[in-house]
Design a protein around this ligand. Structure first.
Ligand SMILES: [Zn+2]
Length: 135
């Protein structure tokens, strides 16, 4: 039996599969309502701003800022033993917020508004995660 525990990864189904098909190509795309122009995430069928079902996958410039974070000191899953770590909410310039990782910054050095840029990490053969680094 292996001592290595894999981290849980997104289930690639429906709109989530479409989102991660773009990240596999190292493109960060979000849904954008074609009726009112509002960007959204997580993927869903209707616009929360206007109720429209019309949307497109629009490419983000990949720049944003740290909006919030939480530091974990006690592992809640055996795949996350590199402690402490921070799960971070990044607000993209286009508006959507993404729960993600910010690399190259210790949790104690995070701050609201820290400018970040998207990068991509291959988490498995099928899943590439969008992560962020300071810019
Ligand atoms: Zn809308």
């Amino acid at each position: 039996m292996s001592d290595v525990f894999a981290r849980p990864l997104p289930k690639l189904q429906g709109l989530t599969a479409e989102f991660y098909a773009f990240t596999k190509r190292r493109e960060l795309r979000f849904q954008r309502c074609t009726a009112c122009g509002v960007w959204r995430h997580v993927p869903r069928l209707w616009c929360a701003a206007c109720g429209s079902e019309a949307w497109e996958w629009a490419r983000s410039a990949g720049e944003g800022a740290v909006y919030a974070w939480s530091v974990t000191h006690k592992p809640m899953h055996p795949g996350f033993l590199d402690l402490p770590y921070a799960t971070v909410v990044v607000e993209l310039a286009e508006g959507p917020r993404l729960l993600t990782w910010v690399r190259d910054v210790a949790p104690a050095d995070l701050r609201i508004g820290l400018p970040v840029r998207v990068d991509f990490e291959d988490a498995s053969d099928a899943v590439t995660l969008p992560i962020f680094r300071p810019r």
